[in-house]
Write a protein that binds this ligand. Structure first.
Ligand SMILES: *Cc1c(COP(=O)(O)O)cnc(C)c1O
Length: 416
């Protein structure tokens, strides 16, 4: 089987490591920009199309700035994410504030920035009104409950904590129209890491039908639908990337069939993908520190689940390339582990790989979204650096690694 693409050779990565010690995440700028451009290209037909990059996937200012240059906005869900977006110059309606269980201070900041506020619950209407006031434009997050099937990561919609029911949605629009809100949006997010393109077509249809219902029952014209994030990526070698052409054409046909005949053109189309934008173009680079033979054979890395916890918490597959051994037979079976005192700190279990030696460099694929971002300090583990591989082949550090001093930053020893 052909190996997965890696945007550098063993020699190149060895040379990068001389100035940037492992472990680190490295993002391929050219691939991310190409991918962003491709997504936009598919939706040139769609009125007001905008992708709001889900900041939580890769909350790094250099990544956000790059995506801003590609015309993307930011999907934020917390105060720090709002401030991060502001500091890279993403403001106003280029921010979608899709939060839940939200403190009013965060609504306040979002309002200050002129962000689109997307409410998660009908009780947040009086809450927002009381603490901050209502904006001119308001969006609601819809949860279709048993009307739609969910998927493995996000679960069934009726079990999910997010969003308004259908009845609440109508009540909510009616309520805020009376209170003087002038502009309206509709949002949903019901799948995560979904590889079936038709799922997103169905989601758009569901929202288009609702736009018609809201128009007919309340005489409210919704100006955009946001189909959320959740387009999956092929983590496993046998999986294929989602065909964006199917999503684009399917949504376009639904738009022509549902929206245009009702005279509701133009209705803007937004999305807030995270994973599919940066996921495949980020790599966790780590070196083999120990090899251990007991009841199983273990490879001990200098990275741990503090750097990438998807395998540990979801049992997620992440492909691994042993640098310089791409053409060797995968004739050994290993558990690939980190140093956390948790037995689930394994990047792979019973993985067939070429024979590994101490000092080998392993590249863990598809770490560009929900990778570094999910890092933590449990067990005194420190988060790694983030690097950007520039289109000219040079490397820039875009976040330094944490130090032991960082770990002690929030502790106060003065009253011991
Ligand atoms: C996490 C999240 C996203 C992005 O999800 P991906 O799976 O990374 O595309 C978008 N919108 C909301 C509200 C989210 O919580």
């Amino acid at each position: 089987m052909a190996g997965r693409f890696v945007p550098f050779s063993r020699n190149q990565i060895e040379s990068i490591i001389t100035t940037h010690p492992t472990p680190f995440h490295i993002y391929d700028e050219k691939a991310i920009r190409d991918n962003a451009g491709k997504l936009k290209q598919y939706f040139t037909w769609a009125p007001g199309f905008r992708e709001y990059f889900a900041v939580k996937a890769t909350p790094n200012p250099y990544i956000l700035k790059m995506l801003k240059e590609e015309g993307f906005g930011a999907d934020c869900s917390s105060l720090p994410e709002l401030v991060l977006s502001e500091r890279v110059g993403i403001t106003g309606e280029h921010i979608m504030f899709s939060s839940n269980d939200t403190p009013y201070q965060e609504y306040q900041k979002a309002m200050e920035l002129g962000a689109i506020i997307n409410l998660d619950d009908i009780t947040h209407i009086p809450y927002l009104e009381q603490h901050v006031g209502l904006p001119e434009l308001l969006c609601f997050r819809y949860n279709p409950g048993p009307l739609r099937e969910g998927n493995a990561i996000i679960g069934k919609p009726e079990e999910a904590k997010y969003g308004f029911t259908g009845a609440q949605l109508l009540e909510g629009y009616r309520m805020v129209k009376k209170k003087g809100v002038k502009r309206f949006g509709l949002h949903t997010m019901i799948a995560s890491n979904e590889l079936d393109p038709y799922y997103f077509v169905d989601t758009a249809k569901m929202l288009f039908d609702l736009v018609i219902e809201v128009k007919k029952t309340l005489d409210i014209r919704i100006e955009f639908v946001n189909i959320g994030g959740g387009i999956g990526i092929p983590y496993k070698p046998e999986q294929k990337a989602v065909d964006l052409e199917i999503i684009s054409q399917g949504i376009r046909e639904a738009y022509e069939a549902i929206i245009r005949p009702e005279g509701l053109h133009p209705l803007n189309l937004y999305m807030e993908m995270g994973r599919m934008i940066t996921g495949p173009y980020g790599y966790l680079v780590t070196r083999v520190r120990h090899i251990k033979d007991t009841y199983k054979r273990y490879v001990g890395l200098d990275a741990s689940m503090a750097n990438l916890m998807r395998p540990a918490i979801y049992g997620a597959y992440h492909h691994i390339t042993v640098m310089g051994k791409e053409d060797r037979q995968a004739e050994q079976t290993y558990d690939v582990t980190g140093s956390l005192c948790e037995n689930n700190d394994k990047f792979a279990i019973d993985r067939a790989l070429p024979p590994i030696e101490i000092g080998d460099i392993l590249v863990i694929h598809d770490a560009g979204a929900h990778g570094h971002a999910m890092g933590f300090n449990y067990n005194g583990k420190l988060r790694s650096a983030e690097l950007l591989l520039k289109p000219d082949g040079s490397v820039e550090q875009i976040r330094r690694a944490e130090t032991v001093e960082d770990y002690f930053q929030t502790l106060d020893f003065s009253r011991l």
